[in-house]
Design a binder for this molecule. Structure first.
Ligand SMILES: NC(=O)c1ccc[n+]([C@@H]2O[C@H](COP(=O)([O-])OP(=O)(O)OC[C@H]3O[C@@H](n4cnc5c(N)ncnc54)[C@H](OP(=O)(O)O)[C@@H]3O)[C@@H](O)[C@H]2O)c1
Length: 245
């Protein structure tokens, strides 16, 4: 099915990603407190993970099929519990450092689900290279993106440096943290990404060198790993990062 470029997207959440997405083509931006509109078409939720349940409460049951999710983090169990495993999901490999800032594309964005083609087209209109993939492929790539968020968020918090600096100065820690987190994810039954994972994480960081991560959404990211197993370097750096807060 080809999807016209003029498809109207409802974009829920006027933050960094929501504003960027709404600027890429015909959109209805829905800010906090505004209801979901009845117009047909994709509904992209651009709120943070902790707000997902509240946003879901705004969406009529018959429109759940149109929902598209762009969140980072360990979301698989949330999708299962909400009966949303068939929903459209995207892993966004681009950075928007602040509200209204230009998108910095890192390449590699993938989308799966019923609105994948429309979202890929829309992202392309906004200068973001994206491709549709199967749900299984997205699940595996989600683990890799989760590890990137956790490794670079934690190192940024500890060393107060953007990702471009971290890949120059902290390569050993990037390798060790990636190994630790991939092992814990695999123990928890998540798919293990194959090939040169560290090489890909570093290559993505090199494309958005000025991006400054940080420790965010802990229960969905680093906290999820800690709750399963405290590994040596991850545990030590998390201790020092949280002590310094
Ligand atoms: N920023 C990036 O570079 C990037 C890259 C890839 C993926 N992501 C993912 O994209 C998601 C959003 O990130 P972000 O950086 O755009 O976050 P953000 O800047 O914090 O924006 C989130 C927006 O959601 C809004 N919101 C929350 N609850 C709402 C509700 N009930 N109804 C309507 N709007 C609501 C917030 O409104 P208020 O302003 O009123 O709180 C805020 O405007 C995150 O899961 C993140 O992991 C971000």
């Amino acid at each position: 099915m080809s999807v016209p470029a003029e498809t109207v997207f409802q974009v829920i959440g006027a933050g960094r990603i929501g504003l960027a997405l709404a600027s890429m083509g015909p959109s209805q931006l829905r800010r906090r407190g505004e209801p979901v509109l009845e117009v047909p078409g994709p509904i992209v939720i651009c709120a943070r993970n902790d707000d997902l349940d509240a946003v879901l409460g705004l969406v009529p049951a018959e429109r759940r099929v149109d929902l598209c999710f762009v969140q980072n983090g360990l979301l698989g169990p949330w999708f299962v519990e909400r009966g949303l495993t068939e929903a459209t999901r995207a892993l966004l490999y681009f950075a928007v450092p602040s509200r209204g800032a230009a998108v910095e594309d890192g390449g590699g964005t993938v989308v799966s689900g019923p609105w994948a083609e429309a979202l890929v087209t829309r992202l392309g209109q906004g200068g973001v290279a994206a491709k549709p993939v199967s749900a299984e492929r997205l699940e595996a790539e989600a683990v890799e993106k989760l590890v990137w968020s956790c490794v670079f968020g934690l190192l940024a918090e500890v060393y107060k440096a953007p990702v471009g600096q971290l890949i120059l100065d902290r390569r050993g820690e990037i390798v060790a943290l990636t190994d630790e987190l991939l092992a814990v994810a695999e123990e928890a039954g998540l798919p293990r990404p194959t090939g040169d994972v560290v090489g890909r994480l570093v290559a993505y960081s090199a494309k958005i060198p000025g991006y400054q991560g940080g420790l965010k959404e802990l229960p969905w990211r680093n906290g999820w790993f800690l709750a399963r197993r405290v590994t040596p370097l991850h545990g030590a750096l998390m201790d020092s990062a949280t002590a310094a807060r």
